[in-house]
Design a protein around this ligand. Structure first.
Ligand code: HEM
Length: 126
């Protein structure tokens, strides 16, 4: 399966469910909770959802609203070490389990998130 083939399988509905399941865990998370904007979690949810839809073959809403992703740069303001990276992945894996996508999609998304989350690390301390 290729990346652009994911959207036709899961659709906007699938990404909406995935990202909602991820963000449901964020506010109470002791590592990540304080990094996210408490007053704009719905906005944060929409940004991640639109990005994933665009990235995996759906309409480019993210680009229209936010421009080029430059995700490493956009994450520079958040202190992301190994602990935050691993926690983000843990929450996303739970969300993926809940979304129950076909195995091929699960595997592709897990590999993508793992690589991207490592790329986002911007400090050597935890
Ligand atoms: C490694 C751990 C990560 C942490 C701690 C983290 C944290 C954050 C935080 C605090 C925000 C701001 C929320 C907002 O207002 O939009 C954000 C935004 C965002 N994150 Fe992450 N993130 C991580 C990994 C990732 C990964 C792996 C991806 C992609 C698969 C990703 C995609 C995004 C996107 C698309 C945005 C919105 C950027 C924008 O348009 O401003 N993040 N992240």
């Amino acid at each position: 399966m290729e990346e652009h083939e994911v959207y036709p399988v899961v659709g906007s509905e699938g990404f909406t469910r995935l990202v909602a399941a991820f963000y449901r865990q964020v506010p109470d998370d002791d590592v990540l909770g304080s990094m996210y904007p408490a007053d704009d979690l719905a906005g944060a949810e929409q940004r991640l959802r639109d990005f994933l839809i665009y990235r995996f073959g759906g309409p480019p809403l993210y680009i229209e609203q936010r421009g080029h992703p430059r995700l490493r740069m956009r994450h520079a303001q958040f202190p992301i070490g190994q602990v935050a990276r691993d926690r983000w992945i843990q929450l996303m894996h739970r969300a993926l389990d809940e979304a129950a996508f076909p195995d091929e999609v699960q595997n592709l998304l897990r590999a993508f998130f793992a690589a991207m989350a490592t790329f986002m690390i911007n400090r050597s301390e935890n």
